[in-house]
Each structure stands twice: as structure tokens, then as C-alpha cells.
Ligand binder design. Structure first.
Ligand SMILES: Cc1ncc(COP(=O)(O)OP(=O)(O)O)c(N)n1
Ligand SMILES: Cc1ncsc1CCOP(=O)(O)O
Ligand SMILES: [Mg+2]
Length: 211
């Protein structure tokens, strides 16, 4: 388990929407705009492209001193020495990922709408807990929904809390006020005409104290 004191997370958690030809450019823009963490999420089976992209992203994120998390794929994270992996209910077991990636890896878990799941993975040594979807998501229309009460309740677990699902700069404030330490965003970030400006607007939401 990471020492909880050594991993802090606050701000925009940028999640990629590829495959796309300009992946590196838009990720650089998100980092320039102030993304605090990046996740490589690519649901294709093109292993060679995924390996090459995540390698390049790892170098880019390292230059910005931002952790790169790989979605779903523990072996890909291990292959490029990523900061960690994000696991959902259909992915590898938490303990398998921890054993493969080591104590210093950042392992985040999806808790959906379940405080019980959050408690279980907090006890197992997760580094952050993700909840959502909080709003309708065009990326994942069938995602089940969570309420902000869950964020209030999960605060007691004393781990970084990530909110996901249909988050925009217009609706993120309610999640931050409810206790989200980070907002994980795909379409409102990487679908923006100006990704850097969009990232900046998300990052600015975390510069003012919680209201
Ligand atoms: C930060 C963050 N939160 C939730 C998810 C969703 O993970 P999962 O339920 O495994 O779904 P997929 O993203 O794999 O479709 C995530 N990736 N990141
Ligand atoms: C991966 C995932 N899990 C729950 S909602 C979601 C998609 C988030 O994408 P968007 O920010 O475009 O709604
Ligand atoms: Mg997954």
C-alpha cells in the first residue's frame, strides 16, 4: 500500500478518449492546462499501438511530473513503468495488480455507487476511490449513477475521492463541494475545441477553497 501521506490528488484527472491521431498533442494541451493526473484509456485490442502510445505518454507525463495511470491493463502498466493502474469490476483483481506493480504503484478502483465496495478496497490498500457516474455520460451511457451523498460518506475513508461521469466545468462545483478531490473527465476535456483552455477551467475550480 502507498503511504497515504505520500499520494495526494487534487484537481483535474484527464482520461484519454482515443484512439485518435493527435493523442499526444491533446494530452500535452491537457497537461499544459493543469491536469493533475492522466489516465490512458483505450478499449481497442491494438496492442502494438497501445504500447507505443502509452510509452510516449509516460515520457510526456514525466516531463510534467504528473502520474500516468493505465486503465484496465496491469501488464501494460508494468511494461512501461506507469505510475499505476485503474481497476473496475470487470478488471484484474486488486491483489493481483498490487502484487504485480508493487507497493509504490498508484492503484485506483471504481466504486460506482457503492460505499461497501469503497470500504472493502480502502481496507485492501487502494490509493484512490472513484465514484460515478454523477451525470449522464455520452462516453458511457449505461453507467450507473451515484449521488453526492456518497462522496460525503466516503470522506470518512480518508483516501482521495475521484468523481466521474458527465462532468463539465458547469456541474463540477457540486462534486468538489461534496468532497471530490479530483474530477475525472473525458468528453468535456478531450472533446473541447481548445483542450488546454478546458483543462485550465477545470483546474481553476480547485484553486478556490471549497465553498
Ligand atoms: C477514474 C476512473 N473512474 C472510473 C473508471 C471506470 O472504470 P471501469 O468501471 O473499469 O470502466 P472502464 O473505464 O474500464 O470502461 C475509470 N476508468 N477511471
Ligand atoms: C469511464 C466512465 N465510468 C463511468 S462514467 C465514465 C465515462 C466518463 O466520460 P465522460 O467524462 O465523457 O462522461
Ligand atoms: Mg475497467
Amino acid at each position: 500500500m502507498n503511504d497515504p501521506a505520500s499520494f495526494t490528488l487534487r484537481g483535474l484527472y484527464a482520461i484519454t478518449d482515443g484512439p485518435r491521431a493527435d493523442l499526444l498533442e491533446v494530452c500535452a494541451a491537457a497537461l499544459d492546462g493543469g491536469a493533475a493526473m492522466m489516465q490512458y484509456r483505450d478499449k481497442t485490442a491494438d496492442h502494438a499501438r497501445r504500447l507505443q502510445e502509452v510509452h510516449a505518454l509516460q515520457a510526456l507525463c514525466a516531463r510534467h511530473r504528473v502520474p500516468l495511470i493505465v486503465n484496465d491493463d496491469v501488464e501494460l502498466a508494468a511494461a512501461i513503468g506507469a505510475a499505476g493502474v485503474h481497476l473496475g469490476e470487470d478488471d484484474a483483481a486488486f491483489e493481483t495488480a498490487r502484487a504485480r506493480l508493487g507497493a509504490d504503484a498508484i492503484i485506483g478502483v471504481s466504486c460506482y455507487d457503492s460505499l461497501e465496495r469503497a470500504r472493502r478496497f480502502a481496507a485492501a490498500g487502494a490509493d484512490y476511490l472513484a465514484f460515478g457516474a454523477f451525470f449522464d455520460s455520452s462516453t458511457k451511457p449505461l453507467a450507473r449513477h451515484a449521488t453526492t451523498q456518497l462522496l460525503h460518506d466516503a470522506k470518512a475513508l480518508r483516501l482521495p475521492l475521484v468523481a466521474i461521469g458527465g462532468i463539465t466545468t458547469d456541474n463540477a462545483r457540486s462534486l468538489i463541494d461534496a468532497g471530490a478531490d479530483a474530477v475525472a473527465v473525458i468528453s468535456a476535456l478531450f472533446g473541447a475545441r481548445d483542450v488546454r483552455a478546458a483543462a485550465r477551467r477545470f483546474a481553476e475550480l480547485f484553486e478556490s477553497p471549497r465553498s
